[in-house]
Design a protein around this ligand. Structure first.
Ligand code: TRP
Length: 341
């Protein structure tokens, strides 16, 4: 048996503003659930619902998204005895640590954050007098909250998309600064893990499948809806009988993300033989539907039992806090906020 302290700690957060789609599944959820089954790893997966407030001031959407995302991970078989699965907002030590880190984090570091710079650039492009127009402290300090998420559990590895690498570097920077200032090895230096193998799935219009492009296929859309959406995937005007190129084809990419290697090769042959788009879409729908049917049923069952999900998440938060609370005590002490006696 490996003691928990010997295990590699892998941590990642999911911002709760959307409904999980096929791209999320292939790019993040599936590899995360697989990784959590490795006995040499302790995984921490959480709903980044405090982060959600930054982007989404719609309480109904945030609430719904939290439930949908939790139900999705559970329906897909996340083993919550192994992985610590919790809501960020159930761990009050995280916002507390965020404040402590804010007090050692250079403002200039935050000025250089991509998301903030993009918002400023947008204001400038729009000719706004104030470059900070509409930018909240939440957006500006986003990387500090994310650093607290990571440093709270001394994560070694943080699986993320490319766009998040800078945030992990900032977490290293901020953690290192705290260690230096308070003369101790409080925080481990986390490492971003960007899986080059994992595919970025195309969406209905061929661009990256993403909520911001409104081109997604929800993972647990009903059978009918799934079929309708698959039919909407953009193809070209080649007729049945004309050979088609799988390399540039979103439909083929989606197929191969779910198919076995043999099935993918067979489909490649069909493309060369000029399979019609209607037929190709039927095959994609059938493959997806076959694989998603069972988890979809589990998902629907879970969505009808929010009390169960609540229980699971509260248990996860309890485990998270069993680590976070004593660590936070140590950090308070380091900063001069310890008890008098
Ligand atoms: N910012 C991440 C994203 O948008 C979500 C996130 C929040 C996260 N806290 C995290 C990811 C901590 C990894 C570790 O994808």
């Amino acid at each position: 048996m490996t003691a928990p302290s010997d295990k590699t700690r892998v941590l990642t957060g999911i911002t709760t503003t959307g409904t999980p789609h096929l791209g999320n599944y292939v790019g993040a959820i599936k590899p995360a659930i697989a990784a959590s089954q490795d006995p040499s790893v302790q995984s921490y997966y959480f709903l980044a619902d405090l982060h959600a407030l930054i982007k989404c001031p719609d309480p109904r959407r945030v609430q719904e998204s939290r439930l949908e995302i939790a139900a999705t991970w559970l329906a897909l078989g996340l083993d919550t005895d192994n992985a610590i699965f919790y809501r960020q907002s159930d761990v009050p030590e995280i916002p507390e640590l965020t404040w402590m880190l804010s007090c050692v984090c250079a403002k200039g570091l935050m000025n250089r954050a991509h998301a903030y710079k993009a918002a400023v650039a947008e204001n400038e492009a729009a000719g706004n007098q104030d470059p900070d127009k509409g930018i909240t402290m939440g957006l500006f300090g986003y990387p500090v909250l994310m650093a607290a998420d990571i440093l709270m559990f001394n994560a070694h590895k943080v699986p993320v998309g490319r766009d998040q690498i800078q945030h992990i570097e900032m977490a290293r920077d901020i953690g290192g600064r705290f260690n230096h200032l308070y003369k101790g090895q409080y925080f481990t230096q986390p490492e971003a893990v960007v899986d080059e193998q994992v595919e970025v799935l195309g969406g209905l219009d061929g661009r990256k499948m993403s909520k911001s492009y409104d081109n997604t296929i929800p993972l647990f859309a009903s059978e009918k809806k799934l079929q309708k959406l698959v039919r909407k995937i953009k193809t070209n005007s080649l007729e049945p009988g004309e050979p088609k190129d799988p390399a540039s084809c979103t439909l083929f990419q989606i197929f191969s993300a779910f198919a076995t290697a043999d099935e993918t090769e067979a489909m490649r042959g069909e493309y060369a033989n000029g399979i019609g788009w209607g037929e190709a879409k039927n095959r994609v729908f059938e493959l997806l539907n076959e694989q998603l049917r069972e988890p979809r049923e589990r998902y629907q069952g879970l969505m009808e039992d929010p009390g169960h999900i609540e229980q699971v998440l509260l248990q996860g938060a309890e485990r998270a806090r069993a680590e976070a609370a004593p660590f936070m005590d140590r950090l308070r002490q380091a900063a001069g906020l310890g008890r008098f006696v």
